[in-house]
Design a protein around this ligand. Sequence first.
Ligand SMILES: C[S@@+](CC[C@H](N)C(=O)[O-])C[C@H]1O[C@@H](n2cnc3c(N)ncnc32)[C@H](O)[C@@H]1O
Ligand code: SF4
Length: 494
Amino acid sequence: MKIEIIGDVAEYYVQTLCLLFFPGAKFSKKETDDSHKASVVVEKQDGMISSTVTIVYNDKTSTKKAEESYGNGISERAGIRIAVGKAFLAAGKSVTGVSPQWGILTGVRPSKLALKEFEDKKSTKAEVKSFFQNEYLVYLKKASLLVDIASLERKIINACPKDSCSVYISIPFCPSRCSYCSFVSFTSNRLLSIIDDYMIKLVDDIKKTFAIIRELGLDLKTVYVGGGTPTTLNKTQLQLLIDTINNEFDVSKLEEFTVEAGRPDTITAEKLSILKNGGVTRISINPQTLNSEVLEIIGRKHTVEQFYKAFEMAKESGIEQINTDLIAGLPYDGFRSFSETIDNIIQLRPSNITVHTLCIKNAADFAREKDSIYPPANVASKCVDYSQLATKNAGYVPYYIYRQKNTIENLENVGFCLPGCEGRYNIYMMEEVHSIFACGAGAVTKCVSPERDNIVRVFNFKYPYEYLSDTDNSKINNKFNTIRDFYQKIKENN
Ligand SMILES: C[S@@+](CC[C@H](N)C(=O)[O-])C[C@H]1O[C@@H](n2cnc3c(N)ncnc32)[C@H](O)[C@@H]1O
Ligand code: SF4
């Protein structure tokens, strides 16, 4: 798709707006085809921003204008984004008939914006809701969802001490690769054979991470072991991981100790007992769908029966909280099939249900068959609406939300829980409440200042073999030096 811009607006933002109407569109500076084109003009004068957007889509053309004032709590940059977004939304709707439910809100963390409205402007729930409806053209149902989530998160965030932190541990291995997945995860036998070496390096990384938390005097609140699929580890490897954490920290003091687990076909009673005895309080057993045919299409390599069995074992293990991940908008998973999945999951009463919407990422196998995997228009939206209604009627509350680019119908991912079972790590991580120290390949450490106004990210090596190649620990040491420097500066500024 061709993009032409005159004025002060980021091309990346215009591309994101294009994706609201033209999913999967590709952008190139060399594009000469004028039949799919977006032209944006931005002008600033006397505190007003005016934007004109023209969209050409095959034989249809639409030009729309919007104006926005800035100052008075709205920065110039935000004013430009709103003016361009509003004009773009009107033109896009006119040529495609599509009306995005999240309006011009394109960010990953919509609840962060809602929290800001609550905190900075001391707005009421009704005011935050109308702010999202009027400024971002968000549908009422989505604005209400956002306000409910932000209000719940606010209580948890305000109770979280400023000197707190969390730890993330990455196990980027899976027994096989699901077709929709874009996570870095090693699955072939050759790659899985490096797990023992990976564990040696990881144990060292974990020990040093806990040591720095002690050195800095931080209050560790949650530990999250994620993946990939952490229960790809065999019993010995899993025991080593859990023992390492327990040797470093009294896990009974944690608010939450999660091991994501995930794939039902990797879960055994013995592994669950290692987790329970090691103080784990939360795990995931993820079906994604309870439709066998859809499971096969998405290459998930486990059965519906295996999910039920693993879920039963997890309940029997006594681990307090069980989360189940589902995906709306999977290919050939119609509304009826999805709603049956939701109903059947609700009957199991897991403490948490997380409903994602299918996101088509380039690194996933699905990306190669893009057109054939898109569900018919509005199916994903109906499924997401149903998930929100059915969980509410069953006593669940939405407690965290995030969005991703290239998600079907630009919908959202929402975590629901029984009251009091909010996944704390998910909230701390998504709302950037405190530092998260990350161990292992692909993991990203985030240093967050106590006032939450400064964030420094430190990237570990992406792939396990790169992580292992750091034989002199220079990358890991760099991570610890960056963390130390970050906290030293905070001390100096106080
Ligand atoms: C980090 S993944 C790991 C979970 C675990 N390995 C499993 O598959 O059960 C967490 C969740 O993200 C969701 N997910 C992964 N890829 C997705 C995609 N392309 N679109 C939507 N949701 C996705 C799935 O629901 C998955 O359970
Ligand atoms: S969805 Fe989970 S099990 Fe499947 S490849 Fe991705 S991380 Fe692994």
